[in-house]
Write a protein that binds this ligand. Structure first.
Ligand code: HEM
Length: 108
């Protein structure tokens, strides 16, 4: 699927059963996966409807998720993110970019 969604669209899916999140400007529908997540449903609910790039890449065990987790994520893809002018910039997650400090409040 290659539909395009804005954050306005993504934010409409914040319930446990209908949970979208953004990782690297791709949009994923994770409702069916929430109960199976080894990290628990709470952390997914925390980023529901938001950019979860940092949460996915960095927070778990300080190293991010495994390749297996990435494959699961791929299977949940519903489209790509279309950023509009006022949207937060994508978080910088490259390990080589430690000198960059960037605040990314994707919340409302
Ligand atoms: C749809 C997106 C996600 C998928 C498919 C996913 C998948 C997984 C998988 C398969 C694991 C097992 C370890 C591994 O293979 O890396 C895991 C662990 C974990 N995940 Fe996620 N995850 C997602 C999003 C998140 C988010 C947004 C957070 C927020 C911080 C998070 C936090 C964790 C934590 C803390 C663990 C470690 C659990 C433990 O072993 O104690 N995950 N996740």
């Amino acid at each position: 699927m290659s539909a395009e969604y804005t954050f306005v669209d993504v934010k409409e899916h914040q319930s446990k059963k209908d949970l979208w999140l953004v990782v690297h400007d791709m949009v994923y529908s994770c409702g069916d996966f929430v109960d199976e997540h080894p990290g628990g449903e709470e952390v997914l609910m925390d980023v529901a409807g938001q950019d979860a790039t940092l949460a996915f890449e960095v927070l778990p065990l300080d190293v991010g998720h495994s390749d297996e987790a990435r494959e699961i994520l791929n299977g949940l893809l519903v489209g790509t993110l279309k950023r509009t002018g006022s949207d937060p910039k994508p978080p910088v997650t490259s390990p080589s970019s430690t000198s960059q400090t960037q605040s990314n409040d994707a919340g409302t």
